[in-house]
Write a protein that binds this ligand. Structure first.
Ligand code: NAD
Length: 499
């Protein structure tokens, strides 16, 4: 794989937009150049598209949707295309993983796992296309049959962030296509390579031209044009709560539907009766996966006071064994941070915490590390009101807070504007169930961290967003319901007397 990486360093890949089935440059020829954060080499060049390019993509999606060719095609045929895309993803998994790693600096093994899981999502969505169904009501009296049709919502815009570029796209795009929508995809300007590679697989798999259009560029103008457009019926936005709010404002124009997957500040809740070894490992995984640049990162550690000291000692010991370094090295668990701005933000929040009275248990001190590598960091003596306990950090930083009992743990877990995920570590079934039911989060893991399945929906409570992706709910998200009232016998009475 190192040889392939060298080849990319010597000859960075140039990508094109995919609009109406054509591979095209930005209309003014402008490009975005992406360097690998870990290596400092240029690895990719994508179109820096204009508002007009985004509008051309929207027009292509609108036109294909309105013909009805994809929307009304037999679901079995849609499923065949999606399954073929899944096959092509698996066939090209090594290359996709390499590009994902070079653009994001996530460890290569993780990138490979994400690509293979993405193929599962395409396969799952293929099956889901065929079971999508409406409803009928045969109980409305002798002369009336009610039929509830489930129809594709129309043109769906899909705007994605940089942290899991291919995976997050695959949690949305195949589901929208399964439902029969036409789509416009806007990947993050930091990591657009794999989305633009996907365009070639869509074409090869036989997806009709114009059903999926992929346009790279910055949030404004490209993402903003999608949000603003009256020709777009729905936008699935994944990213920061800040831009999510802007999406809500922009959607007012044509009252478009929004599915929002936003930020998080998820708790790992550790009870004294847990399997300690498993909990330490799971807490570390939840806090440091993808360098903590993960919406469902377990960035708050709530630990029962009786084991708090011992647990923190074990945590620091195990964290010291976690290998940080070149993401191309198979042994690396922690790669580089996505860019300087994000790196500085992580460091500023850690410094904020220390200034507010938190105790640095391990990590911090990034000056000791060359490049954009931020060491896994644990802060003790954190209180719920501190910035570091409230704000999403998007870095490998864990804030530790002790709790007294189950009710106290639930109260602390819910003391957040966010509600994306929670991790509960206990051997007691009642404790596990009480936490699962009372913690306000879209996903709860009990004695596990981050295991994912295409069958299960994902999404957030509170300011983490609304709507659900994946699972059968993920396809339904991209549909509208229509009630059809069928008069199947003589009308009992006329509206106009005597008619
Ligand atoms: P971001 O909000 O800056 O950008 C996300 C996407 O929105 C990018 O494609 C960006 O170009 C685009 N964008 C920016 N401004 C826009 C505008 N005015 N109009 C339309 N689009 C615009 O987020 P990010 O920095 O890429 O990602 C990090 C954030 O994403 C974190 O807050 C994280 O929690 C969140 N996230 C959430 C989930 C989830 O499923 N809940 C998953 C991953 C990331």
């Amino acid at each position: 794989m190192l040889d392939e990486a060298k080849r990319v360093f010597e000859a960075p890949t140039t990508y094109k937009n995919y609009i109406g089935g054509q591979f095209v440059e930005a209309s003014d020829g402008a490009i975005i150049t992406r360097e690998s954060p870990a290596h400092g080499h240029v690895v990719s060049r994508y179109p820096a598209s204009t508002r007009a390019d985004a509008q051309a993509a929207i027009a292509a999606a609108r036109a294909t949707f309105d013909t009805g060719d994809w929307a009304f095609t037999y679901a079995g045929d849609r499923a065949r295309v999606l399954r073929e895309v899944a096959r092509l993803i698996r066939e090209n998994a090594d290359e996709l993983a390499l590009i994902e790693t070079l653009e994001s600096s996530k460890p290569l093994s993780a990138a490979h796992g994400e690509v293979m899981f993405s193929a599962e999502l395409w396969d799952y969505a293929a099956g889901a296309a065929r079971i999508l169904a409406g409803d009928s009501h045969n109980t409305l009296g002798d002369a009336m049959l009610g039929v509830v049709l489930r129809e594709p919502i129309g043109v769906a815009g899909i705007i994605t962030p940089w942290n899991f570029p291919f995976l997050i796209l695959s949690e949305r795009l195949p589901f929208a296509l399964a439902a029969g929508c036409s789509t416009v995809v806007k990947p993050s300007e930091f990591t657009s390579g794999t989305a633009l590679m996907l365009a070639h697989y869509l074409k090869e798999a036989g997806l009709p031209d114009g059903v999926c259009n992929i346009v790279s560029g910055t949030g404004d103008p490209v993402g903003q044009a999608i949000l603003d457009s009256d020709e777009v019926d729905m936008v699935a936005f994944t990213g920061s709560t800040r831009v999510g709010r802007a999406a809500i404002a922009a959607s007012a124009g044509n009252i478009k539907k929004l599915s929002l997957e936003l930020g998080g500040k998820s708790p790992s809740v550790v009870f004294a009766d847990c399997d300690l070894e498993a909990a330490v490992d799971g807490v570390i995984k939840a806090a440091t996966i993808n360098m903590g640049e993960c919406c469902i990162a377990g960035s708050r550690l709530l630990v029962e006071r009786t084991i708090s000291g011992a647990f923190q000692d074990r945590l620091a010991g195990r964290l010291a064994e976690l290998q940080m370094g070149d993401p191309l090295d198979p042994a690396s668990r922690i790669g580089a941070i996505i860019n300087r701005a994000q790196y500085d933000r992580i460091d500023a929040l850690v410094r904020d915490g220390v200034r507010d009275g938190a105790r640095l248990i391990c990590g911090g001190d990034p000056e000791n590390h060359a490049g954009l590598y931020y060491p896994p960091t644990v802060l003790g003596d954190v209180t719920p009101d501190m910035n570091v306990a409230r704000e999403e950090i998007f870095g490998p930083v864990l804030s530790v807070m002790p709790f007294e009992n189950v009710e106290d743990a639930i109260r602390l877990a819910n003391a957040s504007d966010y509600g994306l995920a929670a991790y509960v570590w206990t051997e007691n079934l009642s404790t596990a169930l009480r936490c699962s039911r009372r913690i306000k989060a879209g996903r709860v893991w009990v004695n596990a961290a981050l295991a994912g399945f295409p069958e299960l929906p994902l999404g957030g409570f509170k300011q983490s967003g609304n709507g659900r992706e994946t699972g059968r709910y993920g396809v339904e998200e991209y549909t509208e319901l229509k009630s059809v009232h069928l008069q199947i016998g003589p009308q009992a009475e006329r509206w106009v007397e005597g008619a």
